[in-house]
Design a protein around this ligand. Structure first.
Ligand SMILES: NC(=O)c1ccc[n+]([C@@H]2O[C@H](COP(=O)([O-])OP(=O)(O)OC[C@H]3O[C@@H](n4cnc5c(N)ncnc54)[C@H](O)[C@@H]3O)[C@@H](O)[C@H]2O)c1
Ligand SMILES: O=P(O)(O)OC[C@H](O)CO
Length: 341
């Protein structure tokens, strides 16, 4: 049990025991002050080890897991809960959610990516796979190891069900070190999280090539302009993208080797191929799957997104990093601001 919705406690679970799912289970257990949080792990042996050792040795080895978290590899056990946080990587959301019985529940989407096979954002995927669910998006500057350690941060909680849904979810999720802020802009929240991963790869490349801190700051600002362009075209709001789930997370991920996406870019900038940089990794760098489909969507929708296009080119391995950067720097000069619509 966890949180309260009027008189009845909200029973909550987390789908996906990677680093972020495990850290979110920790945050929920702290918010519940003694209630149980069910954590679904795809790997049965991992679920057993979490329960026995209180450590997720595969995805978040540094954290001691709160006593209130119970792991299971039986997805059906989560089927009856009132609220689920979906934290499997974007490419697997559809298949995992489809295995849950479809019934009215709050489903909080926490993956940051675009489905590569379809170009769908996470809420579109979930709407089809779990039509009875009430959707929300949780996104912001949140390195899993820091959240698991109880260090403070703040996130956007964008609720498709407006204030009524927020009133149910916020007490279930919030604690002094984990502060959700209300929004009803689901599209803006999911686009911020998906695009910042692609821009983090680009910033890693700049670091790997040794292009300096000025270049990285310029890239963050021009990358943010691309995020805004895509987000506004999809119906997201500028104020959402300038908040925790957009600019907040962009600044975090573009400036730290704790980011898997930044680290992937760093390796590309240092001359490694994407295949080499990604091989043998059990952890996910979502930007690697999102960049090609994002570049494709931008092209089809006539949106100018040169940084996203460059990251996609680098990942496909058709040109060395230095050439891709040189092409970007030789583009025609333009006005900094978008022309008014
Ligand atoms: N790690 C973070 O700091 C962090 C923070 C915020 C958001 N996120 C987002 O959360 C999502 C999950 O990332 P993570 O860091 O928890 O993952 P992770 O890299 O720690 O672990 C990989 C996860 O993928 C799962 N997986 C692998 N193959 C699968 C399959 N075929 N079907 C279903 N699941 C499969 C594994 O079981 C594991 O849970 C991503 O979208 C990521 O961008 C991560
Ligand atoms: O390690 P990354 O690049 O997946 O980033 C993790 C989180 O999204 C940061 O908010």
């Amino acid at each position: 049990m966890n949180g309260t919705s009027g008189a009845r406690p909200v029973r909550v679970g987390v789908v996906g025991a990677g680093a972020w799912g495990t850290a979110l289970a920790q945050a929920l257990a702290r918010a519940s002050k003694g209630g149980e949080v069910l954590l679904w792990a795809r790997e049965a042996a991992l679920a057993e080890r979490i329960n026995q050792t209180r450590v997720n040795d595969l995805y978040l080895p540094g954290a001691t897991i709160e006593p209130g978290v119970r792991a299971t590899s039986d997805l059906a056990q989560l089927g009856e809960l009132d609220a689920l946080l979906a934290v499997v990587p974007a490419q697997f959301l559809a298949s995992v959610i489809a295995d849950l019985p479809d019934r009215p529940r709050d489903l909080v989407l926490c993956a940051k990516g675009i489905e590569a096979t379809s170009g769908r954002l996470m809420a579109d995927v979930a709407r089809e796979a779990a039509p009875a669910s009430r959707l929300a998006v949780l996104s912001g500057p949140t390195f899993a190891h820091e959240v698991a350690a109880g260090l403070p941060t703040a996130v956007t909680l964008a609720c498709s069900g407006g204030r009524e849904q927020w009133d149910r979810l916020a007490p279930t999720i919030a604690s002094p070190a984990f502060r959700p802020y209300y929004s009803d802009d689901v599209i803006g929240a999911e686009i911020g999280g998906a695009i910042k991963n692609v821009l983090a790869i680009a910033c890693g490349v700049v670091e790997g090539l040794g292009l300096g801190q000025n270049a990285r700051a310029a890239l963050i600002a021009r990358g943010y302009a691309e995020m805004l362009r895509f987000g506004l075209a999809r119906g997201g709001r500028a104020e959402t993208l300038s908040g925790l789930c957009g600019l907040g997370d962009l600044v975090l991920t573009c400036s730290s080797t704790s980011s898997r996406n930044f680290s992937l870019g760093l390796a590309l900038g240092q001359g490694m191929s994407a295949a080499q940089a990604l091989s043998g990794k059990s952890s996910v760098a979502e930007g690697a799957a999102t960049a090609p489909i994002l570049a494709d969507l931008a092209r089809r929708e006539g949106l100018d997104m040169p940084i996203a296009q460059a990251v996609a080119r680098l990942l496909e391995g058709s040109a060395p990093a230095r050439d891709v950067v040189s092409d970007i720097l030789s583009r025609p000069l333009r006005a900094e601001q978008e022309p008014a619509a």
